[in-house]
Ligand binder design. Structure first.
Ligand SMILES: C[C@@]1(CC(=O)O)c2cc3[nH]c(cc4nc(cc5[nH]c(cc(n2)[C@H]1CCC(=O)O)[C@@](C)(CC(=O)O)[C@@H]5CCC(=O)O)C(CC(=O)O)=C4CCC(=O)O)c(CCC(=O)O)c3CC(=O)O
Ligand SMILES: NC(=O)C1=CN([C@@H]2O[C@H](COP(=O)(O)OP(=O)(O)OC[C@H]3O[C@@H](n4cnc5c(N)ncnc54)[C@H](O)[C@@H]3O)[C@@H](O)[C@H]2O)C=CC1
Length: 163
């Protein structure tokens, strides 16, 4: 089956990340600036989580009620069985990324380049995250920081034309 690409507005929405290691951190960093309420469930977290002002850490092992109110869920522990349990505890209408096992996931995270309002994303549908990263790096060179203001110029032009 093909995956469906979409951009989500997450202001005030709850995101739960189970597992506070390197991968949990990388997924958490992706929510910077989105206004999502990000909760990390983990007995330990890597230090760089402290730089993220928008997260709340609950120092504990995963329990099913942790994900009850979540729109997006990341099963990001280093224990495949725990990750599977997280998926099994979620409702069908909740979106779950099992980072250790793509076949268990109902969504995944692409590689991302942000330039102000311009967002470039690359997905290989899980075939090769490394290739997604390489293509992202090429795009980052091609569409450099100037594109943040280029988008704003186009936006202003569009407004004038509409007026
Ligand atoms: C399905 C998906 C689910 C998800 O994570 O959302 C997934 C799954 C898995 N990744 C694995 C491994 C690696 N992933 C990376 C890197 C990235 N992985 C990302 C996304 C995704 N990875 C989603 C698909 C995206 C797509 O292809 O469309 C990126 C793009 C975005 C991000 O993480 O933010 C980010 C690039 C960061 C950047 O852009 O800079 C590296 C390299 C590195 O870390 O440098 C390695 C090691 C090398 C290798 O194994 O290939 C494993 C095996 C785990 C194990 O060994 O147990 C699984 C599990 C499986 O394949 O089932
Ligand atoms: N999707 C991706 O991009 C990638 C995924 N992976 C997968 O991600 C998994 C996690 O990798 P890392 O973050 O590097 O591992 P890590 O060992 O750095 O972190 C694991 C975290 O899970 C926590 N944890 C363990 N049991 C828990 C429980 N019962 N409840 C809550 N938290 C618990 C630990 O305290 C730790 O903070 C790997 O096992 C691998 O399968 C690895 C590379 C890339």
């Amino acid at each position: 089956m093909l995956d469906y690409p979409a951009m989500l507005q997450l202001e005030g929405k709850r995101v739960v990340i189970v597992g506070g290691g390197k991968i949990g951190l990388r997924k958490a960093q992706g929510f910077a600036g989105t206004g999502a309420e990000v909760i990390v469930i983990s007995p330990e977290i890597v230090e760089r989580f402290n730089e993220l002002t928008f997260i709340t850490w609950e120092k504990k092992y995963f329990e099913p009620e942790d994900i009850k109110e979540a729109h997006l869920i990341f099963a990001a522990t280093d224990d495949k069985e725990v990750n599977r349990l997280v998926k099994a505890c979620a409702n069908d209408f909740q979106w779950v990324d099992v980072v250790s096992e793509q076949s268990e996931s109902s969504f995944h995270v692409p590689a991302v380049v942000r330039r102000g309002k311009l967002t470039l994303t690359v997905s290989t549908s899980g075939a090769s995250p490394v290739l997604a990263k390489e293509i992202k790096q090429q795009l980052a060179k091609q569409y450099d920081e100037r594109y943040a203001s280029i988008v704003e110029e186009y936006k202003a032009k569009r407004k004038q034309e509409k007026a």
